[in-house]
Design a protein around this ligand. Structure first.
Ligand code: WTA
Length: 631
C-alpha cells in the first residue's frame, strides 16, 4: 500500500478488538461531562491507605486532587503487586551497553518481589543517613538499575527526589542541587557512553565544591573499578545497602504531598523546579498508559527515554510498574555498538509496546530499511512517539518498517508540567500521520488567539488546556510567582502550554512547536536564555541571542548570534572556545551548531532581544509585527 500524510490510517480490527477503548467519541463525551467521575473511577482501581474526601479542589490556578486521601506511588508501583501472582513476574529488565556487537548481553532482571527488596534496602540505607519525609534526594545518574531503585526508595520513605539528566554539566547540576537544598546525592563513578567513558563523578565533585546542604554522596561503582570515593562524604552504594534489611514499610503520605521535583527549561536563564504530587500524578500516568498503550498483564514495555526527563519518570518507571507489567531498559544509545541494536533487543526481549522519540526514528531512518529486514519485530503491537512533532515522513517509516503496518502509532503530546499524556490517540482510532489526534479523556484542550478566542480550523494559535487534570504540576518549587506568570497569566483562566498548534476540520490536533524560547534538540528541552547566559559568561562576549533552527534529524539545532566586546574580533578559535564553554556550562547536549558574530541584535525599545525576528531572518520568513523594534 502506498501511504501519504493526508490519509486516514484505520486501525487493525485485531487491535480494536483488544482495546480497552472501543469508541473514543462516546467515552470522551462522557468524561468531559463529568471529569471528576471519570478520574475517580480509575483512581478506585488503585490502592489507597485512606480514601479521599474530595476528588478535586480547584482554586485557580492551583489544583489539588484526591484531597484527604493517603497513599504512596510506591504502594501502587510495588506493594500492591506483592500479594498477587505479579509478585514473581519480572518487573524490570535492564541490558547494559555492550562494548561491541559480538558481546553477549549483560542483563539484570528483578521480579516485583526482588525489586521490593532492593528498594527497601536502599530506603533503609537512606533512613540510616537521616533522610526523612520531605527531604530532597538528588539523583544524577545514567540509565542504570540503581537510578530507578533510588527513585523508588526516595518516594517509599516520603522523601522527594530530583533527578538531573546525566548529560548535564557540573554547573547545571550545581544550580539544581542548590535550588532544591538537597541533603543526599546519588551518582555513579562514571559510565560507558559508546566507546568513551564519562567521568560523571568529577562533575559531582565540581558541582558540590561550595555546597552546604549535601551531607552524603552515594556512589554506584558502575565502572566496576572501585573509583569515585574522593571526599569524606562519599560512600559506595554497596557499602550502604549491604547491612540493610530487605524490609521497609512504605510511608503513607497525603495524596497532595510532593513526590518529586524535576527541573526544566523555560524562558529565563534559571530552570524551573516542576513539582508533582503522589496521588493525582499516579492516577494520571496509570490511566494514560493503560488506555493509550492498551496495557495487558503480559506486556513488555520499552520506553527509550531517560529518567532525567519526565518521559522516563512517568513511562519508564512509575506507570509500567503501577500497571504491573515488565519495563525494559537499555543502557545505551540507538546507534551503539551498531545501528541494529534496538531491533535486536526488540526481538530478543519480545517487546510488545515500544515508545520512542521522533529524533531517534529519524536518525535510524537515515540508514534505510535494509538493517530492519533481518529482524522479525513480530512481538510489537503498539508504537509510540513523544518529545517533539513527528514529521509525516518519519511517522510513515516507523509505521511501515518497524510496525509492519499493523501497529498503530500513539503520538503523545504532553510536557514535564502536565506529567501525563494530554493529546494522544488511543489504539482504536483512525490516525493521520503527523497529528497527535485529540485530547485524552477528561482533558479539554483548544487552540486560541492571544485573547483566548478559539481560532478557525487549520489556523495556528496557542495550545491551551481549559480544566485541571490529575497529573498537573503542583507548583514551581520555591517560585509560585513564576508558576502564575508562565502558565496562567498569558491568557486568563486557562493553562498556557507554550506550544503552538492547529486543529483541522476533523478536530485532529497538529502540534507546530514551541512559541516561547524553549528549544528542543533531539527531544532535550533547553532554554534560549540558559544558553545565552552561558555565552555571556565568556570575558570576550558582550551580548548573545540564541535561536532554534529546524534540523532534519535533531528536530532543532542551536544557532547563536554573538556581539563581542569592543576591540575583539571573532574567529574560528573563539567559536570553538565558546562551544566548549557552553558544553561546560550546560552539557554536551547543548553544544551550539553554529555561531555568527554580529554587530547588532534586533531589540525592542525596552532593550529585550527579539529572537523571533532573528529566527525569521535566518529562515528567510516574513518578520511579522516589528512595531516594537527599536531600529
Ligand atoms: C514538545 C516531554 C509535538 C512540546 C514529554 C512540549 C511534542 C515539549 C510532543 C515538552 C508531541 C512533546 N508532538 N511536540 N507528541 N511531545 N512535545 O517537558 O513542544 O521535555 O511543550 O516533555 O515537548 O517537553 P518536555
Amino acid at each position: 500500500m502506498i501511504y501519504n500524510q493526508f490519509m486516514l490510517i484505520n486501525p487493525d480490527p485485531v487491535i480494536v478488538g483488544e482495546s480497552f477503548v472501543k469508541d473514543y467519541d462516546a467515552l470522551y463525551k462522557e468524561s468531559i461531562a463529568n471529569p471528576e467521575a471519570f478520574w475517580e473511577k480509575l483512581a478506585k482501581e488503585l490502592s489507597w491507605d485512606k480514601p479521599w474526601d474530595k476528588v478535586l479542589d480547584w482554586q485557580y490556578p492551583y489544583a489539588r486532587w484526591f484531597v484527604g486521601a493517603k497513599t504512596n506511588i510506591v504502594a501502587n508501583a510495588i506493594d500492591r503487586h506483592l500479594s498477587t501472582p505479579a509478585a514473581d513476574k519480572v518487573a524490570m529488565i535492564w541490558v547494559a551497553q555492550p562494548t561491541d556487537s559480538a558481546q553477549k548481553d549483560e542483563v539484570v532482571t528483578y521480579t516485583y518481589k526482588q525489586l521490593n527488596e532492593q528498594v527497601s534496602k536502599f530506603a533503609n540505607g537512606l533512613k540510616s543517613l537521616g533522610v526523612k519525609k520531605g527531604d530532597k534526594v538528588m539523583i544524577y545518574m545514567p540509565r542504570v538499575p540503581e537510578q530507578f531503585i533510588a527513585m523508588l526508595a526516595s518516594l517509599k520513605i516520603g522523601a522527594v527526589h530530583s533527578v538531573v539528566y546525566s548529560g548535564f554539566s557540573a554547573t547545571a547540576l550545581k544550580t539544581r542541587v542548590t535550588d532544591a537544598s538537597a541533603k543526599v546525592l546519588v551518582c555513579t563513578n562514571g559510565y560507558p557512553y559508546g566507546k568513551k567513558t564519562v567521568d560523571s563523578k568529577a562533575n559531582v565533585d565540581e558541582a558540590l565544591k561550595d555546597n552546604k546542604t549535601i551531607e552524603h554522596v552515594i556512589v554506584v561503582d558502575r565502572l566496576k573499578n572501585g573509583s569515585g570515593k574522593t571526599t569524606p562524604r562519599d560512600m559506595f552504594w554497596s557499602e550502604l545497602v549491604e547491612k540493610q534489611s530487605p524490609e521497609c514499610p512504605t510511608e503513607m503520605v497525603e495524596a497532595t504531598d510532593p513526590a518529586f521535583i524535576l527541573y526544566t527549561s523555560g524562558t529565563t536563564g534559571t530552570p524551573k523546579g516542576v513539582v508533582h504530587a503522589h496521588g493525582g500524578y499516579m492516577v494520571g500516568i496509570y490511566a494514560t498508559l493503560k488506555l493509550v498503550f492498551n496495557i495487558k498483564p503480559d506486556d513488555v514495555f520499552w520506553c527509550t527515554a531517560d529518567a532525567g526527563w519526565i518521559t522516563g519518570h512517568s513511562y519508564i518507571l512509575y506507570s509500567p510498574l503501577i500497571n504491573g507489567v515488565t519495563t525494559f531498559i537499555y543502557e545505551g544509545t540507538p546507534t551503539y555498538p551498531d545501528i541494529e541494536i534496538w531491533w535486536k533487543l526488540i526481538d530478543n526481549y519480545k517487546i510488545t509496546k515500544f515508545y520512542t522519540a521522533p529524533t531517534a526514528v529519524r536518525s535510524l531512518m537515515k540508514f534505510g530499511e535494509e538493517p530492519l529486514k533481518k529482524y522479525r519485530l513480530s512481538s510489537l503491537k503498539i508504537l509510540g512517539s513523544v518529545g517533539e512533532p513527528i514529521n509525516p515522513e518519519a511517522w510513515l517509516w516507523f509505521y511501515k518498517y518497524v510496525g509492519h503496518e499493523k501497529c498503530p502509532i500513539m503520538d503523545t503530546w504532553w510536557q514535564t508540567e502536565t506529567g501525563m499524556h494530554m493529546i494522544t490517540p488511543v489504539p482504536s482510532v483512525g490516525l493521520k500521520p503527523g497529528s497527535a489526534f485529540k485530547p485524552f479523556f477528561g482533558i479539554e484542550a483548544d487552540v486560541v488567539d492571544e485573547k483566548g478566542n478559539k481560532v478557525p480550523p487549520n489556523t495556528q494559535g496557542y495550545l491551551i488546556i481549559k480544566k485541571p487534570w490529575p497529573a498537573m504540576l503542583l507548583d514551581v518549587y520555591n517560585n509560585s510567582k513564576r508558576y502564575h506568570e508562565t502558565y496562567f497569566e498569558k491568557i486568563p483562566d486557562v493553562y498556557f502550554s507554550g506550544d503552538s498548534a492547529k486543529i483541522d476540520e476533523d478536530g485532529y490536533f497538529w502540534i507546530v512547536g514551541r512559541n516561547d524560547d524553549v528549544i528542543k534538540v533531539s527531544g532535550h528541552r533547553l532554554g534560549s536564555a540558559e544558553l545565552e547566559s552561558a555565552f555571556v559568561s565568556h570575558p570576550k562576549v558582550a551580548e548573545a541571542a540564541v535561536i532554534g533552527k529546524p534540523d532534519d534529524v535533531k528536530g532543532e539545532s542551536i544557532k547563536a548570534f554573538i556581539i563581542l566586546k569592543q576591540g575583539i574580533t571573532g574567529d574560528d578559535v573563539l567559536k570553538d572556545e565558546l562551544k566548549q564553554l557552553v558544553r561546560k556550562e550546560i552539557g554536551p547536549i547543548a553544544t551550539p551548531d553554529a555561531i555568527d558574530f554580529v554587530d547588532k541584535l534586533p531589540k525592542t525599545r525596552s532593550g529585550k532581544i527579539m529572537r523571533r525576528v532573528l529566527k525569521a531572518q535566518e529562515l528567510g520568513q516574513p518578520v511579522g509585527d516589528v512595531s516594537t523594534l527599536e531600529d
